[in-house]
Design a protein around this ligand. Structure first.
Ligand code: 13P
Length: 246
């Protein structure tokens, strides 16, 4: 399975800039040793998907509701994302867990809805600075993992330490290796052989400068990139840093 380099655009880019970005990605994303995914805001998702039609670059949402349809003003469901051209969806990002008080149980329900609609979820887990300082990082991530993934889960898990997001700071390579191996063990214990096919992405201040060393860490099967995914040059530089022996 090729590593996955995913761009989480968060609440950035109006239509013109979004289309300019994906046009550049489409033109320049050649001979890569990874798969590419862009997750634009819902307002431009259908346009982005239309511009990427026929290219290997995949499109994902940044969240979905747990119900397929219904009276939920302002929400977007998994079948709607699929209908707009998405094949993936990010769920349980720490910004949603904090801004919208999303619990593990809610993330789990959303992941179930995504899978039912034919979307592959990227479920995010990660500890806060205070939790890491208290020596609780592994415990917190294990709990989030146990309760945020539904039975029969497939797709990807992203380890995103909250304190590493947008901060320019990352855990050490040893810390990332330790957490990814703990996640892999938990996935295999729960899902058996299928647990080996779930990608484990690292996210949090991934940049062209640190991508090569981060992507070479054992059990790092790709990256979830925020800020650096907003420019074709930096996003592709990260994609080109994927070791060719994966
Ligand atoms: P940055 O790459 O900007 O740190 O964001 C990471 C992130 O939250 C991706 O989901």
């Amino acid at each position: 399975m090729l590593p996955l380099i995913a761009g989480n655009w968060k609440m950035h880019l109006l239509r013109e800039d979004a289309i300019r970005l994906v046009s550049a990605l489409r033109a320049q994303a050649t001979s890569l040793a990874c798969e590419l995914l862009v997750c634009p805001p819902a307002t431009v998702l259908a346009d982005v998907a239309a511009h990427l039609a026929g290219s290997p670059i995949m499109v994902g949402g940044q969240d979905c509701h747990q119900a397929p349809f219904g009276p939920h003003t302002g929400d977007i469901s998994a079948p709607m994302l699929r209908d707009a051209g998405a094949s993936w969806v990010i769920l349980g990002h720490s910004e949603r867990r904090s801004d919208h008080h999303e619990s593990d149980a809610l993330v789990c329900a959303k992941a179930k809805a995504a899978l039912a609609a034919g979307l592959k979820p990227v479920v995010c887990v990660g500890e806060t600075q205070a939790e890491r300082e208290a020596g609780q990082a592994e415990r917190i991530v294990s709990i989030q993992l146990a309760h945020s993934l539904p039975d029969g889960f497939s797709g990807a898990v992203a380890y995103e330490p909250v304190w590493a997001i947008g901060s320019g700071r990352t855990p050490t390579e040893t810390e990332i290796a330790g957490m990814h191996s703990l996640i892999r063990e938990a996935l295999q214990a729960r899902f058996g052989a299928a647990g080996a096919t779930i990608r484990i992405l690292y996210g949090g201040s991934v940049k062209p400068e640190n991508a090569e060393s981060l992507l070479a860490i054992p059990e790092v099967s790709g990256a979830l990139v925020g800020g650096a995914s907003l420019k074709a040059e930096s996003f592709l530089a990260i994609a080109r840093a994927v070791p060719s022996n994966h």
